[in-house]
Design a protein around this ligand. Structure first.
Ligand SMILES: [Zn+2]
Length: 404
């Protein structure tokens, strides 16, 4: 018996409240929901060390309706994110982001330059993803618009012009590769170092621009009507066009789908609900990031009943994240039975006052949220890291959870 206790020691070391963050080790899948208070950003470290950054927001609102910047406002969110990534990739002799990935083109996911934004060597402004690249190299960008940025109509505002100037300069000077996400495929985002060592790891592309994987082979179907058949005001919104992927490691599955909606507004056409076709192909998962920050138009009952997440993560930056009804659905035993733990990166007091006791059920409501999946994928933990400084002290550990 004592031998087993000894074997368990290294895995348990550091994953204790008050201890410093235990470094990533080969075979582990880490999913960090980074809290800057200014929008979404997640770092994934795959079992062979391949790294992926999903979004790098620099937007949202300022307090009191928006959350406060974390750790503080002395640096931009992109710089904080880059510093976080460098720290978590400290095991790597030459840390870099192998895959940069934007779920969609909104400032709380990619960053919008403002009056005070600095200008990069390449002549573009730095904010969000373009600021991240100032501090750590990005090798490949994946988004929903490359190469023409024309869907559903030409994307030509100041933020997009700046982003495209960034892509062009990084491509010419740093060899940046750029791709559009191809729904249905499982060979676009792959292990780059030791793929043969982890054959049960997969990233499946689920959706982009309303093109959704059917669950069969690499087949997809179009959720949206043809653009030429729609009036401009009927076009799919930026949120509806969000990219979605499923990350699988053995029995463990994780879903992340940007700001896709699933609860239609009154009178809106059926195709405005993107969650339903997505849920049909994704199936059950262990952990899921809430779509659209848990806003009232997300997490419909069919979507929740299909994914049945054991762990749900809410990336919050506003006083309406999450919606009261959304939290009610999430905790509903009628929608899906069994236990579930819900974690939020932030929570505003105003939302606490409105929602009340349902919000008191959150397991955590402040800090970076890390899903650490054990080698092979059969079990995982959720670790909350202090976001007030760069000490990355462990605030709390939940689990282990069994993958199903
Ligand atoms: Zn958003």
């Amino acid at each position: 018996m004592w031998i087993w206790a000894l074997l368990l020691l290294p895995a348990a070391f550091g994953q204790q409240t008050g201890e410093p963050w235990p470094e990533w080790t080969p075979g582990t899948l880490d999913i960090h929901q980074i809290n800057t208070g200014r929008g979404n950003s997640a770092l994934l470290i795959f079992p062979d060390g391949t790294s992926m950054l999903i979004d790098a927001g620099d937007g949202g609102r300022l307090p009191p309706r928006g959350t406060a910047p974390r750790p503080d406002a002395s640096r931009g969110p992109g710089e904080w994110i880059a510093r976080y990534v460098r720290r978590m990739l400290a095991h790597d002799a030459a840390p870099a982001i192998d895959y940069g990935y934007l779920t969609h083109f909104h400032e709380d996911h990619m960053g919008a330059p403002g009056q005070n934004s600095k200008t990069a060597r390449g002549g573009y402004k730095v904010a969000g993803i373009t600021e991240v690249a100032e501090y750590i190299p990005i090798r490949k960008m994946i988004d929903r618009g490359w190469p023409d940025y024309h869907y559903p109509a030409p994307l030509e505002d100041a933020m997009m012009r700046n982003y495209r100037a960034f892509l062009a300069w990084q491509r010419a000077h740093n060899g940046l590769q750029i791709e559009r996400l191809h729904p249905g495929r499982n060979d676009q985002i792959v292990l780059l170092r030791e793929p043969k060592r982890y054959p049960n790891f997969e990233v499946r592309n689920i959706a982009a621009n309303g093109e959704v994987w059917t669950g069969v082979g690499t087949n997809t179907r179009a959720q949206f009507p043809r653009i030429q058949d729609l009036r401009k005001e009927e076009h799919p919104t930026e949120n509806m066009c969000s990219l979605a992927i499923r990350v699988s490691y053995g029995k463990f599955d994780y879903f992340t789908g940007g700001d896709m909606p699933g609860a239609r507004r009154w009178g809106a056409p059926v195709w405005n609900d993107v969650e339903t076709p997505v849920a049909q192909s994704v199936g059950a998962v262990e952990a899921s990031l809430l779509n659209h920050h848990g806003n009232r138009d997300s997490q419909n009952a069919f979507f929740l009943a299909s994914l049945r997440p054991r762990v749900l993560i809410i990336p919050v930056w506003s006083s309406d994240h999450p919606g009261h009804d959304v939290l009610d659905r999430i905790y509903s035993q009628r929608i899906y039975p069994g236990p579930r733990d819900v974690f939020a990166t932030n929570m505003l007091e105003s939302n606490r006052l409105v929602i009340g006791e349902l919000l008191d059920r959150l397991k955590s409501s402040q800090g970076h949220i890390v899903v650490r999946v054990d080698p092979g994928g059969s079990s995982f933990r959720v670790i909350i890291l202090d976001d007030t400084a760069e000490t990355f002290r462990v605030k709390a550990v939940f689990g282990p959870y069994e993958s199903r």
